[in-house]
Design a protein around this ligand. Structure first.
Ligand code: SF4
Length: 545
């Protein structure tokens, strides 16, 4: 659908390149087209009148006209007068939020989904677990409450039909992507969309990366990820090769010799240790292992107190998953700073407390007690002074049957063939290219643990940079259009003179029900609620006062 839209706009752009303004006229912006055409004629007329041979002034004037001419052609491609909404600016992939919300409340789910696909695959996954940087900047916050943007995306995802892409192979070059997580697959998706064949390889037997390995079911049901993956692979231009480890089964030099470009997105799977006595006892588990075992069904029930060390999203996932399996309903989340400084959003923090997880603030673990297995954990109290943590003498002891370490991941050094920082992250230039020409890298492998939407952005940018390297002329003439924003002009929203409606929260399962299973916590809006909430959008790109 978006491909059709791109073809249409490309046609308008080319028409305007030959007859300035005509593309605008054909796309229905008649007055704009006529004015642009008139301006160009006026400029040319002025040149004709005052022409007295070549000089610097005339060269600059002619360059100005050429730029204006190009601007008119690009404008015909699809840049109508609109501002970038704050939500769109805050979104790492720049989703046209007001556009898809408007389409959703009009029931045009396929178009809404296609609009999101233009900037990001993983629509279902984003609609369940995106951390919504957009929401923090939503203009509606100034009036009452920000829009429930992720919930609106979920409404689109749940109501749109499955996509099956029919991208055509247009280039003979083949690209290798190492790492089948969100960044690698986003890169593969955008390359296939451009017409490249892509081989995606991963150490695991299945694609999905961290999404399929670690994200608990109550946040991201397996069938949602599967649906995204099915659509990403639907064009047939992306091939998956599982069980391939970079540095063991293949090397960067081998990939370089077989493929025309390589994108490395191997993620951050290294486990950080606390470094205290007793950490090697039975019952001390790293967060990633714990989450993976739960997903594989290896842990059914947990007896005794579970102490989780950490204050970020992974620690939250661990604590909430542990609570769902805890027989004694005793889970403690211990963090070295205060609760308000945890890197967990407010809603999740309130859910953690509702579910009965005890938060122990301002403590650092100093020793894990027990003979061979964990029996308790000793903490020292802390105080934060000028953002620096000061460890105090006062100690606190907690009983513990398990200690789950969720203090972050690190990046494994993946190869000696490319330059890396001392912490294992890959060194890249401004075009995401590594020290080896033709080898690009992004996602967690470059920036360390990052969000889903940032990883998707990296994958998209890498696809753009690879295309520019392989086909610079094609990219300059036409290819860049694939990466330009496609926007939808809201129809219904524009009709609102004043912001209307009350904020509607998506329904959540009651806490006593949700801790008994891994069923999703947040429920999808029904039609009435989605229309009510979506109608609150101010359509910021078109609201100039
Ligand atoms: S009101 Fe709508 S367009 Fe404006 S920032 Fe919020 S979601 Fe975006």
């Amino acid at each position: 659908m978006v491909e059709k839209e791109i073809r249409k706009r490309r046609f308008y752009g080319i028409v305007s390149l030959f007859v300035p303004g005509m593309g605008q006229v054909l796309s229905g912006r008649v007055v704009r087209g006529i004015i642009q055409f008139a301006f160009l004629i006026l400029f040319l007329f002025v040149i004709k009148k005052v022409w007295n041979g070549f000089n610097y002034g005339f060269v600059a004037y002619i360059a100005g006209i050429i730029f204006y001419w190009l601007y008119v052609a690009i404008d015909a491609y699809g840049y109508y007068d609109r501002r970038t909404a704050p939500c769109e600016k805050a979104c790492p992939v720049g989703l046209d939020v007001s556009g898809y919300i408007d389409l959703a409340i009009r029931g045009e789910f396929q178009r809404a989904k296609a609009l999101i696909y233009h900037r990001s695959p993983f629509i279902g996954t984003l609609s369940y677990i995106c951390h919504e940087p957009c929401k923090r900047w939503c203009s509606r916050r100034k009036i009452d409450m920000p829009l429930e943007i992720r919930a609106m995306k979920r409404y689109v995802f749940e109501n749109a039909r499955e996509f099956s892409f029919e991208f055509k192979k247009r280039f003979k070059q083949k690209i290798a992507v190492v790492g089948a997580g969100p960044s690698g697959l986003s890169c593969a998706y955008f390359l296939s969309r451009l017409g490249y064949e892509v081989d995606v390889m991963d150490a695991k037997e299945k694609p999905g990366g961290a999404l399929s390995e670690f994200i608990p079911e109550y946040r991201l049901p397996a069938q949602v990820l599967e649906s995204d993956l099915k659509e990403i692979f639907s064009s047939g231009l992306i091939d998956f090769k599982g069980g391939v480890v970079l540095g063991k089964d293949t090397s960067i030099s081998e990939l370089k010799s077989k493929y025309d470009a390589v994108y490395i997105a191997t993620g951050s799977w290294g486990k950080r240790k606390i470094g205290i006595p007793g950490e090697d006892k039975k019952g001390v588990i790293h967060a990633l292992d714990f989450l993976r075992w739960i997903k594989k069904g290896k842990i059914q029930k947990i007896y005794g107190t579970i102490v989780v060390i950490g204050g970020g999203d992974v620690a939250a996932d661990v604590a909430r998953s542990a609570m769902r399996l805890s027989v004694h309903r005793k889970v403690v989340l211990a963090y070295r700073r205060s609760k308000s400084e945890m890197r967990i959003d407010d809603l999740e923090l309130s859910e953690i407390e509702e579910e009965g997880i005890e938060i122990m603030e301002n403590v650092v673990p100093v020793e894990i007690q027990g003979k061979d297995t964990v029996e308790g954990i000793v903490f020292k109290k802390t105080r934060v002074e000028n953002k620096v943590i000061k460890v105090l003498e006062e100690t606190v002891v907690s009983d513990a049957a398990y200690v789950i370490v969720a203090i972050g991941q690190k990046v494994h050094k993946i190869s000696d063939e490319i330059e890396v920082f001392s912490d294992g992250r890959i060194v890249v230039d401004e075009n995401m290219m590594t020290s080896e020409r033709g080898v690009f890298a992004g996602g967690d492998a470059v920036r360390g643990p990052s969000s889903l939407v940032e990883s998707i952005r990296d994958g998209r940018e890498a696809a753009k940079n690879i295309h520019r390297m392989l086909h610079p002329v094609h990219f300059a003439i036409e290819g860049f259009l694939y990466f330009m924003p496609i926007h939808e002009k809201p129809k219904i929203l524009l009709g609102f003179k004043k912001p209307a409606g009350e904020h509607i929260n998506p329904l959540r399962r009651p806490y006593n029900e949700r801790v008994k299973s891994f069923d999703p916590v947040e429920l999808c809006f029904d039609d009435e609620k989605a229309i009510g909430e979506g109608s609150r959008c101010l359509a910021c790109p078109f609201r100039y006062n």
